[in-house]
Structures are given as structure tokens and as C-alpha cells.
Design a binder for this molecule. Sequence first.
Ligand code: C2O
Ligand code: CU
Ligand code: CU
Length: 486
Amino acid sequence: MKQFLSMSSMIVIALHSIVYAKVLPIPPLASYTVQNGVKVFDMNIHASTTQLFTGINTRTYGVNRSILGETIRIHNGDQVKINWSNRLSEPTTMHGHGMHVPAIMDGGPKNKIQPNTTWQASYTVNQSASTNWYHPHLMGKTAEHVYMGLAGMIIVDDDNSDTIGLPKTYGVDDIPLIIQDKRFTSSKQIDYSPSRMEIMRGYTSSTMLVNGAITPYVNVKDSWIRFRVLNASNSSLYDLVFSDSRSFKQIATDGGLLEKPVTLNHLLLTPGERAEILVNFSGDLGSSIVLKENRQNIDMMNININSASAGVNVIPSKLNTLVRYPLSKAKRTRNFVLNRIGRGPNGHMAINGKTMNINRIDEVVPINSVEIWNITNSMGMEHNFHIHATHFQIIERDGSSANVSANEKGYKDVVHVPPFSSVKVIVKMEDYIDSKNGYMYHCHFLEHEDDGMMGQFTVVQNPNNPVVKWAPIQMDDILTFVPIPL
Ligand code: C2O
Ligand code: CU
Ligand code: CU
């Protein structure tokens, strides 16, 4: 008995031995200039080093910083020009994930940015308040570039989110959490070297990073704190919980605010998904709570509630009004089966039996037409499904609306499709007709995407709805970048 006691106290010591030595980095808000009423951002994609481990320089990629990227914060209705300058020694692209923009401004695989050139994404922000993100999208290279550190947030505000009474002081009570996991070599360099099996099963690690730091701490007020959580991992599912199992409120999904807060005590996010949550720390002054990943039981970040200052103490009960389309409004159904073609080492991840081909348009979608996209995971492994340019609503899981949980009933652009399951979503393409340039849909497990689990669609004129809201932007908006030595 005595021996058992000392064993268990040793275990307790081991469990509490994490040192939260680093303050949570908050990616700064990207600065901009206003030129003729247009907000102009200069975003430099470059290689650098970051001290992820004390005293060791780990090679990383970042955007205006050494790892991850500065946060772009813009408002619905803003005209923006984002100059993405590639100072890497190889091509990349930069996609605005969740951004509702014309296909040629989407930063997909075709918007290749050669080294020492700049590609300009130019558009008018045309969507509700939401937490979005940017990351490379070069075919076959997306996974590696994201893994090296290329990911950042794009926060969109609107008149509703400005005035509704949510915490909104960036980095203080409105805190971005970009969550990833990474493997390291014995010399503590980022190790991206998936085997064929890991391309299938996912390239994962138990070393987790929040905003590019391993086990950081964050100091907060004893009030409601808003976290904007992004799963920016290559292929990990994160199930987030707090160490005291406290409940919290989810207020937003990928595409914006929910109608009302949804109470949860854990939050599952698959790669590419975002959630905004509110956590009530009033009454917790002087205590510390750990944010954990529950599937692997990893302590990710320590939250110190250490200042008693006036924060947000009452949260709104109504957040948003969402337009919903019933299944009966749908004009057609498209089926997408996530599968694998070929055998053994010649096999590839595919959709409907086809691997990605940049020169093939897989689906032609009429504008303003309500459609059901029926996505089936035919495999015994995890997948999800992301659609560019739009936000959809999840209508059914495995044939029933009762299987759709309350916190999935907002606008989404990534949906989890568990092994051997299916999900029906309602899609409506509302803008940006372009019969030549496509948008992507794909599994957001980046190894699967790079292996071919991706397709392409265009949005075309619908004779029944001839209204076009958008005038095409000329391709000569694309600038040439004068190389600047790093
Ligand atoms: Cu997050 Cu096609 O992208
Ligand atoms: Cu996307
Ligand atoms: Cu997948």
C-alpha cells in the first residue's frame, strides 16, 4: 500500500511537470496603408528561424514574422489589395480559406507565386463577420508549406459583430489560437517526411503548438474571454477540453456567428475548421486552467486568470440571423465519394474515383441555385470536406437531421466526414461567375489533398437568374515584385 502511494504520487508529479515558460505569442495585426480608399497589405512569405526550443534555432517559414503569419483584420465592405510576396526559393500560393472572393483571387493552385514575385489578391470583402485563415495551396506542396509554418488568420468584422457586445479587443479578450502539431528531428528541426502509410493515416505528432509555441501560457482577466480557435494541423483531429471540464459557449462556426451560443464541454475540430468560443473566467481570479487536447490527453496551454479588470461580464443571447434553405428547395444533388484508387504503393486518395487534375473541371455549378452536396466517406479512416468560395449548411448526417449537432448548425466551409459515414450539405453559389477559372473542393487532411483528394468546380450563369454582381478583375492587376534581399 505504501509503495502504491509513492508510485501514484510520482505519477502525479510527472503529470504536473510541464513548465509553461513561454507567453502565448499573439500574431500582430498586419498593418496596411489606405490608397484611394483601398486597404493595401504587404505580406512577405519567407524562410526564417524560430526558437521553439530554448537556445535552438529551428528553420521555419512565416509571413511578416518567423513562424505563422500576421493577422489580417478587415471589415465587410472594405476594398482590399493583399500583396503576397514570395521570398522563398520555390513557388507557393496563398489561399484565403473561408474568403468569399472571385476564383482568380482565391489563391488556389493556379495562382502560383514564383520566387521573388508578388501576387495581388484584390477584392471587396463580401461576407459576414468570421474567422478565416490563409495558407499555401500549391499542388503537392500544400502540406509541407503549412507544416513549415505558413498559416495565418483573416478576421472579418461586420456591423453586427462590432455592436453586439462580444469581447473584441484583439489579443486581450479576443484571442487567436492557431493549433498545430509537429514532428522534430533529433537536432530539433521540423521533420516533414511522411511515408506512404502516413500519407494515408495522417502525419501527426504529440508535440502541439499554439500560435507557434510549445506549451505556452496566457494571462487573462476574470471575465468572458473569446478564443478564435483554428485547427491548422495537417491531419489531426483535436478535441479541446479544459482541465476542470468546465463548459463554455461556442458562438461561431467557420462562416460566422451562430444564431445563439451553444453550450459545450468539449470541442472537436478537424483540419481547417474554426470555432469561436466564449469562456467565463469570472470568479476564477488567481487560478490557472489548462487547455487540453482530449484524444491524446495532451496539455497544450496554461491559462492564468490573474487580473481583475472590467471585461465583458454579460454576453448576448442572440448573435445572428441565418438564412436557411430547406432540402425541398434544392434543384439537384451532387454526390462526392471519398475513396482511394489503385492498390498498394500505386494507390492515391481520390474523389469519385478521380485524383485531382488541374486541367479538368469536375463540376459546373449554376449561380444562385440551391443544391445538395452529398459527401460519403467510403473508407475506414477520417476525412473531411472543404468547399472554396462559399459557406454551406449541414442538413443531415447518415440520413438524419437529428445527427447534426447544435454547434454545426451555422455556416460551415469544412465538414467532418467520419469513417463510413455520409453528410448532406446545402450549397448555394451566390457570386463571381467565371466559366474558366475554378474553385477547389477537397479533403482538408493535407496529405490526402496533396495525394489527389481534390476536385475543381466553376460557377456559371444560370439562365433563370441572370443577375451578375461582380465585374471581373483584370489579370494585369498582378504585379511584378522587385526582389529585396532578406
Ligand atoms: Cu484551406 Cu482549399 O483550403
Ligand atoms: Cu479554402
Ligand atoms: Cu482525407
